[in-house]
Write a protein that binds this ligand. Structure first.
Ligand SMILES: C[S@@+](CC[C@H](N)C(=O)[O-])C[C@H]1O[C@@H](n2cnc3c(N)ncnc32)[C@H](O)[C@@H]1O
Length: 264
């Protein structure tokens, strides 16, 4: 059984390396060269290209969240800050955005990006999703992009998300979930965990975890990946493809748009 610490370490090293080499991509997302597939082109056009292209996500939580001026937003696993900077524009000067990430290299890049675009309503805090450095009941909307699947303790993440949300607050995340079992060699691979595949859980389990901590009105809508995208992601994870039929992975893993609410 892989420990929480070793998963955190593997994931942190993976993303530190990614940002240092400025290579994008989280598992089966096509975020590298086709960000405009994830986000509306006009949304990305509001930021310099090198900022908008540094994405490790698997969806568009900004459009999903329908942010309003004045809201306080928390981004779980903010990476290089793309979603925080887009959120900052939506909530305006009366609102604020907090990005939390455990990888110091990501925090540094996100802070530099915020400075570069003069985003004064955004701050980045180093910390764990499982122990958020955020005060209880202070957040209107939680966003996240391809991160919760990476956590070794998703129940803790949902408990923490529920704690920091204000009553009536919304969770709007893009994440990887599964439908059906993953092949064991994939499930056991730390590299596949860091690539947002091995840590992904069944959508039903994901919903149950959210319900158990108190979230209501939960909805999970799938966005399926094409075969080439999943192929490229698996190749990057250096998995031995002779050990299992790849089709099992194509079938099982998908990106989802997930929303849920903390009751009033
Ligand atoms: C796939 S990247 C996504 C980054 C960003 N959301 C984006 O869309 O570009 C995952 C990020 O989550 C962070 N992360 C993963 N697990 C975490 C945890 N348990 N606590 C805090 N940060 C975590 C990693 O450091 C990394 O920056």
């Amino acid at each position: 059984m892989t420990s929480t610490t070793s998963i955190h370490e593997t994931v942190r090293e993976h993303y530190a390396e990614r940002i240092k080499s400025s290579a994008s991509c989280c598992g089966p997302s096509d975020c590298c060269s086709t960000e405009s597939k994830l986000y509306p082109v006009e949304l990305l056009a509001t930021l310099p290209t090198d900022v908008s292209s540094t994405s490790y996500g698997c969806g568009d939580p900004i459009t999903l969240a329908a942010l309003q001026p004045g809201e306080t937003v928390l981004d779980l696993g903010s990476g290089a800050g793309l979603d925080c900077l887009l959120a900052a524009q939506k909530v305006g000067p009366e609102g604020r955005v907090i990005g939390v990430d455990m990888t110091p290299e990501m925090i540094e890049r996100a802070q530099a990006n915020a400075k570069r675009v003069n985003a004064s309503n955004v701050e980045f805090r180093q910390g764990y999703l499982e122990d958020l450095p955020v005060e209880s009941g202070t957040v209107n909307v939680i966003i996240s992009n391809c991160v919760i699947n990476l956590s070794p303790d998703k129940v803790k993440v949902f408990k923490e998300a529920f704690r920091v949300l204000a009553p009536g607050g919304k969770l709007a995340v893009s994440d990887i979930v599964t439908d059906g079992p993953l092949p064991e060699p994939v499930r056991q691979s730390l590299s596949a965990w860091a690539g947002c595949v091995a840590g992904a859980v069944n959508a039903k389990e994901y919903i149950t975890m959210m319900e158990e901590v108190g979230f209501t009105n939960i909805s999970v809508n799938p966005v399926f990946f094409d075969k080439e995208t999943v192929d490229a992601a698996l190749a990057e994870m250096a998995l031995d493809v002779n050990q299992y039929p790849r089709e099992e992975v194509y079938k099982a893993v998908y990106s989802a748009k997930i929303t849920a609410y903390k009751p009033m």
